[in-house]
Design a protein around this ligand. Structure first.
Ligand code: HEC
Length: 135
Protein backbone atom coordinates (compact mmCIF):
# COMPACT_ATOMS: atom_id res chain seq x y z
CA UNK A 1 0.00 0.00 0.00
CA UNK A 2 2.73 2.33 0.98
CA UNK A 3 4.72 1.74 -2.22
CA UNK A 4 1.62 2.16 -4.40
CA UNK A 5 1.01 5.57 -2.79
CA UNK A 6 4.60 6.54 -3.47
CA UNK A 7 4.25 5.43 -7.05
CA UNK A 8 1.13 7.55 -7.48
CA UNK A 9 2.92 10.62 -6.14
CA UNK A 10 5.84 10.09 -8.49
CA UNK A 11 3.56 9.62 -11.48
CA UNK A 12 1.67 12.80 -10.63
CA UNK A 13 4.91 14.74 -10.26
CA UNK A 14 6.07 13.41 -13.63
CA UNK A 15 2.85 14.49 -15.30
CA UNK A 16 3.18 17.94 -13.79
CA UNK A 17 6.77 18.27 -14.99
CA UNK A 18 5.74 17.21 -18.47
CA UNK A 19 2.89 19.72 -18.50
CA UNK A 20 5.26 22.47 -17.39
CA UNK A 21 7.79 21.56 -20.09
CA UNK A 22 5.08 21.52 -22.74
CA UNK A 23 3.81 24.89 -21.60
CA UNK A 24 7.33 26.34 -21.73
CA UNK A 25 7.90 24.98 -25.24
CA UNK A 26 4.57 26.42 -26.31
CA UNK A 27 5.48 29.81 -24.93
CA UNK A 28 8.76 29.77 -26.83
CA UNK A 29 7.16 28.74 -30.11
CA UNK A 30 4.57 31.51 -29.99
CA UNK A 31 6.72 34.52 -31.05
CA UNK A 32 8.24 32.65 -33.99
CA UNK A 33 4.77 31.79 -35.23
CA UNK A 34 3.51 35.36 -34.86
CA UNK A 35 1.66 36.88 -37.78
CA UNK A 36 3.66 37.87 -40.84
CA UNK A 37 3.08 41.35 -42.21
CA UNK A 38 0.14 41.69 -44.54
CA UNK A 39 0.58 43.91 -47.61
CA UNK A 40 -3.10 44.88 -47.54
CA UNK A 41 -2.63 46.23 -44.01
CA UNK A 42 0.20 48.64 -44.88
CA UNK A 43 -0.59 52.25 -43.98
CA UNK A 44 1.25 55.45 -45.00
CA UNK A 45 2.28 55.81 -41.34
CA UNK A 46 3.96 52.38 -41.44
CA UNK A 47 5.83 53.34 -44.63
CA UNK A 48 7.02 56.58 -43.04
CA UNK A 49 8.09 54.76 -39.89
CA UNK A 50 9.87 52.18 -42.05
CA UNK A 51 11.70 54.89 -43.97
CA UNK A 52 12.92 56.31 -40.66
CA UNK A 53 14.17 52.86 -39.61
CA UNK A 54 15.87 52.41 -42.99
CA UNK A 55 17.68 55.74 -42.71
CA UNK A 56 18.22 55.50 -38.98
CA UNK A 57 18.71 52.75 -36.49
CA UNK A 58 18.30 49.90 -38.99
CA UNK A 59 21.45 51.20 -40.76
CA UNK A 60 20.05 49.74 -44.01
CA UNK A 61 21.03 52.88 -45.94
CA UNK A 62 24.71 52.28 -45.23
CA UNK A 63 24.74 49.13 -47.35
CA UNK A 64 21.70 49.48 -49.60
CA UNK A 65 21.97 53.22 -50.31
CA UNK A 66 19.86 56.12 -49.08
CA UNK A 67 17.49 55.79 -52.08
CA UNK A 68 17.59 51.97 -52.09
CA UNK A 69 19.83 52.21 -55.14
CA UNK A 70 22.35 49.71 -53.83
CA UNK A 71 26.08 50.07 -53.20
CA UNK A 72 29.16 47.99 -53.81
CA UNK A 73 28.34 46.21 -50.56
CA UNK A 74 24.69 45.33 -51.10
CA UNK A 75 22.09 45.08 -53.88
CA UNK A 76 19.42 47.63 -54.72
CA UNK A 77 16.12 47.11 -52.96
CA UNK A 78 14.11 48.77 -55.70
CA UNK A 79 12.34 46.48 -58.15
CA UNK A 80 14.99 44.02 -59.35
CA UNK A 81 15.64 40.33 -59.76
CA UNK A 82 15.31 39.48 -56.08
CA UNK A 83 17.78 36.91 -54.92
CA UNK A 84 16.92 36.21 -51.30
CA UNK A 85 13.54 37.89 -50.89
CA UNK A 86 11.86 35.85 -53.60
CA UNK A 87 9.64 37.89 -55.97
CA UNK A 88 10.07 40.87 -53.67
CA UNK A 89 7.08 39.55 -51.75
CA UNK A 90 6.44 41.26 -48.44
CA UNK A 91 6.73 38.09 -46.42
CA UNK A 92 10.04 37.23 -48.07
CA UNK A 93 11.45 40.72 -47.51
CA UNK A 94 10.34 40.43 -43.88
CA UNK A 95 11.98 37.00 -43.63
CA UNK A 96 15.32 38.35 -44.90
CA UNK A 97 15.19 41.20 -42.38
CA UNK A 98 14.31 38.92 -39.47
CA UNK A 99 16.51 35.94 -40.39
CA UNK A 100 19.32 37.56 -42.36
CA UNK A 101 21.12 35.90 -45.26
CA UNK A 102 23.52 33.28 -43.86
CA UNK A 103 27.25 33.83 -44.51
CA UNK A 104 26.72 37.43 -45.65
CA UNK A 105 26.80 40.79 -43.88
CA UNK A 106 23.00 40.84 -44.13
CA UNK A 107 22.30 39.95 -40.52
CA UNK A 108 18.97 39.36 -38.80
CA UNK A 109 17.41 42.48 -37.29
CA UNK A 110 20.12 44.89 -38.55
CA UNK A 111 20.95 47.61 -36.04
CA UNK A 112 19.14 45.66 -33.34
CA UNK A 113 15.73 46.79 -34.59
CA UNK A 114 12.57 45.40 -33.04
CA UNK A 115 10.08 43.14 -34.73
CA UNK A 116 7.71 46.11 -35.14
CA UNK A 117 10.55 48.05 -36.82
CA UNK A 118 11.15 45.06 -39.10
CA UNK A 119 7.49 45.04 -40.11
CA UNK A 120 7.59 48.76 -40.88
CA UNK A 121 10.85 48.69 -42.81
CA UNK A 122 9.70 45.63 -44.78
CA UNK A 123 6.49 47.52 -45.61
CA UNK A 124 8.57 50.47 -46.76
CA UNK A 125 10.87 48.40 -48.99
CA UNK A 126 7.91 46.48 -50.43
CA UNK A 127 5.98 49.70 -51.15
CA UNK A 128 8.94 51.31 -52.91
CA UNK A 129 9.55 48.13 -54.91
CA UNK A 130 5.93 48.11 -56.08
CA UNK A 131 5.97 51.81 -56.93
CA UNK A 132 3.48 52.58 -54.17
CA UNK A 133 5.80 54.88 -52.21
CA UNK A 134 8.78 57.12 -52.84
CA UNK A 135 12.15 56.00 -51.49
C1 HEC B 1 26.13 45.60 -43.43
C2 HEC B 1 25.42 45.77 -44.68
C3 HEC B 1 23.92 45.59 -44.69
C4 HEC B 1 22.98 46.19 -43.87
C5 HEC B 1 23.21 47.14 -42.71
C6 HEC B 1 21.70 45.75 -44.35
N1 HEC B 1 21.84 44.91 -45.40
FE1 HEC B 1 20.33 44.03 -46.43
N2 HEC B 1 21.70 42.99 -47.54
C7 HEC B 1 23.06 43.15 -47.47
C8 HEC B 1 23.69 42.24 -48.41
C9 HEC B 1 25.18 42.10 -48.68
C10 HEC B 1 22.64 41.55 -49.06
C11 HEC B 1 22.78 40.46 -50.15
C12 HEC B 1 23.08 39.13 -49.48
C13 HEC B 1 23.47 38.10 -50.52
O1 HEC B 1 24.64 38.04 -50.88
O2 HEC B 1 22.56 37.37 -50.99
C14 HEC B 1 21.41 42.05 -48.48
C15 HEC B 1 20.15 41.64 -48.87
C16 HEC B 1 18.97 42.23 -48.47
C17 HEC B 1 17.67 41.90 -48.99
C18 HEC B 1 17.37 40.86 -50.07
C19 HEC B 1 17.66 41.46 -51.45
C20 HEC B 1 17.32 40.50 -52.60
O3 HEC B 1 17.76 40.76 -53.73
O4 HEC B 1 16.61 39.51 -52.37
C21 HEC B 1 16.78 42.72 -48.36
C22 HEC B 1 15.26 42.75 -48.56
C23 HEC B 1 17.52 43.53 -47.43
N3 HEC B 1 18.84 43.19 -47.52
C24 HEC B 1 16.95 44.49 -46.62
C25 HEC B 1 17.66 45.19 -45.65
C26 HEC B 1 17.04 46.09 -44.71
C27 HEC B 1 15.57 46.46 -44.70
C28 HEC B 1 18.02 46.51 -43.88
C29 HEC B 1 17.90 47.39 -42.67
C30 HEC B 1 16.92 46.98 -41.64
C31 HEC B 1 19.27 45.92 -44.34
N4 HEC B 1 18.99 45.12 -45.41
C32 HEC B 1 20.49 46.16 -43.78
C33 HEC B 1 23.74 44.01 -46.64
C34 HEC B 1 23.18 44.78 -45.65
Amino acid sequence: MRSLWRHTILAAAGALALAAATAAAGAQAAPAAAAEPDSTAITPAMVDAGRAVFRGKGTCFACHGMMLEGTQVAPTLKAHAWKDAKNGDLKNIFAVITHGVPSTVMVAFPGGITKADATNVASYVWSVGRGKAKP
